[in-house]
Ligand binder design. Structure first.
Ligand SMILES: Cc1ncc(COP(=O)(O)O)c(C=O)c1O
Length: 372
């Protein structure tokens, strides 16, 4: 039988057919100023690189099923028990796994927006229904609106804390109020924990429906290796592991993550370098006339509206100078005038400021000091 591609397309799960295609993105370019992915701008330490080299020589063997030594080290690092920890191929992997375990096709995942796009995408991949609820004007959580949206079909609520892209933290009391009032799994995504030092991981014993997500991508500078983990009650972790792939985290990543956790002096120094740049970058972007939101993490969320400039035009004009920030104009929950930039090295931040000033000059927009 000869089948044509139209037939094959009809066989594709409808939940997948309607998703958009991925593109490769711009070609790798060492000259580019890349501030669009919220990465740490500094490379891993020599100790981590050594650990990677050592692990590479044993790659003929599979990695440990439950994460081996890295799971134990994360238990020590977080204060949770090893059986309360699950490792994953980046925290993106866990976002999908949680939905796989708790959400059946047609059931709902509640998303206060604007927020990290992977929650909605993973929900759609699994045939779930993303239910969007607007955050308040300062991007805090509107607890009443959240509670009002919870139905018997709501299975998971995702809260990024700090939130991406808006960079703000929601207070612990607010999260506790949500936990006390909703009847579903609550995932608090603490991907940026080391940059803000605020957590509710200590509450997993009190709230069996709480899952705290973490990542070694950002503060530990291991985005390219893909290591995420979650802290939750042991039975919840057990169910997640049942559905996970047998080897979600590779051997090199396990070795690198373990070495990075032991290299706290290097990690803390990098975090301090990034945080030290923040006030000056915030101030300088504001001085150009943009509105910069307060940030509890390693990126800034910027409103281009005060300059009457749609963010897509600005982001494109920066790209023409080989400077990359993330356009959030018209993304779910947002109007057409927002972008997000990582805090880079001092040189990268200077390049961004120069690039922004060049764009404003080319559009004949006069930089101005905003009224505070
Ligand atoms: C809030 C949030 N959660 C999760 C992730 C994904 O992290 P990972 O690299 O661990 O998959 C990101 C990445 O930007 C993020 O901003």
């Amino acid at each position: 039988m000869t089948l044509n591609l139209d037939t094959i397309e009809q066989w594709v799960n409808p939940a997948i057919r309607t998703l958009t295609s991925k593109s490769a993105g711009p070609a790798k370019d060492d000259q580019a100023i890349r501030l669009d992915k919220g990465e740490l701008p500094y490379p891993p330490s020599p100790r981590v690189v050594d650990a990677i080299a050592k692990a590479a020589s044993t790659c003929n063997r599979y990695p440990a099923v439950l994460g081996g030594v890295l799971r134990d080290k994360l238990a020590t690092y977080t204060g949770a028990k090893p059986e309360q920890i699950i490792l994953s191929n980046g925290s993106d992997d866990l976002i999908e796994l949680i939905i796989k375990v708790f959400v059946q096709p047609g059931q709902q995942v509640l998303l206060p927006i604007p927020t990290f796009f992977v929650y909605g995408h993973a929900t759609q991949v699994m045939g779930g229904v993303p239910v969007l609820v607007q955050r308040s004007p300062d991007f805090g959580l509107d607890v009443e609106a959240i509670v009002a949206k919870v139905t018997s079909d709501t299975k998971v609520l995702y809260i990024a804390n700090p939130n991406n892209p808006t960079a703000n933290l929601v207070a612990r009391d607010t999260l506790i109020e949500v936990l006390n009032r909703v009847n579903c799994m609550v995932v608090v995504d603490e991907c940026y924990f080391e940059l803000c030092q605020t957590t509710i991981a200590d509450l997993v014993d009190t709230y069996p429906n709480l899952i705290v997500l973490r990542s070694l991508s950002k503060s530990f500078g291991l985005a390219g290796l893909r290591i995420g983990y979650a802290i939750a009650n042991a039975p919840v972790v057990d169910y997640l592991y049942r559905a996970a792939q047998l080897f979600p985290v590779n051997k090199v990543a396990i070795a690198a993550g373990s070495a990075a956790l032991e290299d706290q002096t290097y990690i803390q120094a990098n975090i301090q370098r990034v945080l030290a740049e923040k006030p000056q970058l915030q101030q300088s972007i504001s001085a150009l006339g943009f509105k910069v939101y307060p940030s509890d993490t390693n990126f800034l969320f910027v409103d281009t509206q005060p300059l009457k400039l749609p963010s897509n035009l600005l982001v494109k004009a920066l790209q023409d100078q080989n400077i990359w920030v993330a356009d959030f104009g018209s993304k779910p929950g947002l109007a057409d005038h927002y972008f997000r930039t990582a805090i880079g090295t001092p040189n990268e931040n200077q390049a961004l400021l120069k690039g922004l000033a060049t764009v404003l000059a080319s559009l004949a927009i006069t930089p101005r000091t905003p009224n505070i």
